[in-house]
Design a protein around this ligand. Structure first.
Ligand SMILES: Nc1ncnc2c1ncn2[C@@H]1O[C@H](COP(=O)(O)OP(=O)(O)OP(=O)(O)O)[C@@H](O)[C@H]1O
Ligand SMILES: [Mg+2]
Length: 331
């Protein structure tokens, strides 16, 4: 069965100015990302701030055109952004944006905003749409009387839920959730996660779930991909990747999660956080990697199945191309 969404070799570059008067340099925000999302399945996407997660989310929905690579949705190439063919697909693919205030129209009450895509895409009978919008708000834990409020009259968490209600109201086939729960308190987080999983089961919704919260990712995902500086460095089953990460970066990321009762050291990464405008040669992680060798500085490792368990890893050391350098002392 072909996946609902298939992205191959996505690249997105931005021009970024260095300093106020500086000349502009090229930032490779996404640098060769391939991923797929199956019907009724969730792919979790994790990685530190600035590694290109949100850009990847926008690229797979065609909200931005990639500089290289391709996206296929339901077996057809994604039409160019802004074309009629692309607009016709929009109700089938929704995004819950990281910044809910930026995603909402400040001049319109949220009830009307949840109803708007139903009107635009003529979903259901006209007379039922207001009720359907109310139902979507209720499902994310907002009260009917809050439908009349404007975005600035809501808290950050309530706005986030309004954005989610709007995305789910059209009953999309594919949902990209960019940090959908980070602004919510714990009880609402659980409610929203359950709602996503219910919709997935009911409608076969495919989800790309972008989050810093590795525990949430583990809870909702069927597969998880770890990103570092614009590329995927490890991908596999959430229990495997988040329990026994193979890539040294994934190990550091996972070891940073506080875990009551867990033994084992926290790995504190050496070196500066990565700068996409000044990408290291070879494996982009090598200056911070405790086991990097000369080969890692020279050659970019390819994401490929590891012998034995088939987990996808982009690392010369893990793949056995080279023996690890003597491990620097973990802090
Ligand atoms: N429109 C843009 N113009 C210029 N640079 C951009 C633009 N959007 C993103 N970038 C840069 O691309 C890189 C990746 O950004 P992106 O927003 O995809 O990261 P992210 O992984 O979502 O981070 P976070 O976890 O903080 O949300 C960053 O270095 C960012 O500064
Ligand atoms: Mg982001």
């Amino acid at each position: 069965m072909t996946p609902m969404l298939e992205a191959k070799g996505l690249v997105r570059r931005y021009a970024m100015r260095r300093g106020l008067m500086g000349r502009s340099v090229e930032v490779r925000a996404v640098d060769g990302v391939s991923l797929s999302v199956e019907r009724g399945r969730t792919l979790g996407l994790v990685g530190e701030s600035g590694c290109g997660k949100s850009t990847t989310g926008r690229l797979v929905l065609g909200l931005e055109a990639p500089d290289a690579g391709s996206v296929a949705f339901q077996d057809k190439p994604m039409p160019p952004p802004g074309t009629d063919a692309w607009r016709a697909l929009r109700s089938r693919m929704q995004m819950v944006f990281q910044d809910p205030l930026g995603a909402l129209d400040r001049r319109l009450p949220i009830g009307a905003q949840v109803q708007e895509p139903l009107d635009i895409h003529r979903i259901g009978e006209a007379k039922d749409r207001a009720g359907r919008a109310m139902e979507a708000l209720r499902a994310v834990g907002l009260r009917p009387d809050q439908a009349a409020r404007y975005p600035h009259e809501l808290s950050g968490g309530q706005r986030q839920r309004a954005v989610l209600a709007r995305a789910l109201a059209t009953e999309p086939a594919l949902l990209v959730c960019d940090e959908p729960i980070s602004a919510l308190d714990v009880s609402i987080q659980a409610q929203v996660m359950n709602l996503l999983m219910d919709q997935q089961e009911r409608l076969g919704l495919g989800i790309l779930f972008i989050s810093h919260d590795l525990r949430a990712v583990r809870q909702v995902s069927h597969r998880v991909a770890v990103m570092y500086l614009g590329t995927i460095v490890e991908e596999g089953e959430p229990d495997a990747v988040l329990h026994e990460p193979a890539h040294p970066y994934a190990q550091a990321l996972v070891s940073a999660i506080p875990h009551p009762g867990r033994s084992g050291q926290r790995i504190v990464l050496q070196g500066d956080p990565p700068n996409p405008a000044d990408r290291p040669s070879g494996c982009a992680f090598h200056p911070r990697c405790p086991v990097a060798t000369a080969l890692c500085a020279r050659e970019t490792p390819v994401l490929k199945p590891r012998r034995g368990d088939g987990r996808l890893v982009a690392c010369h050391v893990v793949q056995g191309d080279v023996a690890p350098a003597v491990t620097r002392k973990a802090a």
